[in-house]
Design a protein around this ligand. Structure first.
Ligand code: 2HA
Ligand code: ZN
Length: 274
């Protein structure tokens, strides 16, 4: 099968374009990766032509030998559907998880996303934490979530609680909460380590003054997670702009919701406010 005809590639392109249409990907902002199933790799094998091995910039032994779809560094999400072979690539990792090689795509040159260390370290943590269920890592510059990082305390507790309060579905969609990474230089190993540390307990990591990372099982769930968090952030921005909350959902309300919706909500997020 041709790479561009494969269902997993079409799902990847649709998600990239959906993010563009949400306004989350100005210029070359944001990036997307998908850990490809063995049978999916097999189905497009005829079109895979490995290039040279290059260093990842991180070590991810758990992902040794795996294949990924990844957007290209400097490429625009806006162009993914109209010029896919220029915009993203399929990479293969070596047997120790230290190097990658491009097997398809980026036909006009280039390399995988500048955030490859963060993507792969997050994938590694999620393979371990979910027994391999999570396959998608998504980074976007979602404006409302970013705006909140200028006014809320940069703690997991403050962000999780405020986002939960803004939409009743939130504690059901991300019951484990969200993590917050303080401002750090993007693109390197340090921010990748900090993010992947949070991904051990959360599916969402907010990068202060920069954007958001989400992890999920498939394209729908991961896009939906980003969309839900960002929508909730938008509501909070509106509420704060209207002068702040006059009433809200209380800790005991969340406890009742948890019972009816069969989710576990960590008590650390259900603190009493002054
Ligand atoms: O430009 O979003 O964090 C890609 C990015 C870097
Ligand atoms: Zn970014």
């Amino acid at each position: 099968m041709k790479v561009l005809e494969a269902k997993f590639v079409q799902g990847f392109m649709r998600m990239a374009n959906d993010g563009w249409e949400q306004g989350w990907h100005e210029r070359n902002g944001g990036n997307l990766s998908y850990r490809i199933r063995p049978e999916e790799v097999e189905s497009v094998k005829e079109e895979l032509h490995p290039g040279e091995w290059k260093p990842i910039g991180a070590t991810v032994p758990t992902l040794a030998g795996e294949y990924f779809l990844v957007t290209g560094s400097g490429k625009y999400m806006r162009n993914v559907t109209i010029d896919p072979a220029d915009s993203f690539c399929i990479i293969e990792l070596d047997g120790v998880g230290e190097n990658y090689r491009i097997c398809w795509g980026l036909v006009n040159g280039g390399r995988p996303t500048s955030e490859l260390p963060s993507h792969l370290m997050n994938h590694e943590v999620k393979v371990i934490a979910t027994g391999g269920k999570h396959r998608v890592i998504y980074h976007a510059h979602s404006a409302n979530t970013i705006a909140l990082t200028f006014v809320l305390p940069l703690t997991d507790e403050a962000f999780t609680r405020e986002l939960w309060e803004m939409a009743t579905e939130c504690p059901v969609v991300f019951p484990s909460g969200v993590g917050v990474v303080p401002w750090m230089v993007p693109g390197g190993r340090d921010i990748a380590v900090a993010t992947s540390e949070l991904m051990k307990q959360y599916d969402v990591a907010i990068w202060a003054h920069h954007g958001m990372f989400c992890s999920g099982e498939d394209f729908d769930l991961t896009f939906g997670l980003m969309h839900t968090v960002e929508k909730s952030a938008e509501i909070l921005v509106k509420v704060l702009s209207m002068g702040g909350k006059k009433q809200t959902i209380q800790p005991d309300d969340f406890r009742h919701l948890a019972v009816d919706f069969n989710v576990t909500l960590p008590e650390k997020f259900l603190y009493e406010k002054q």
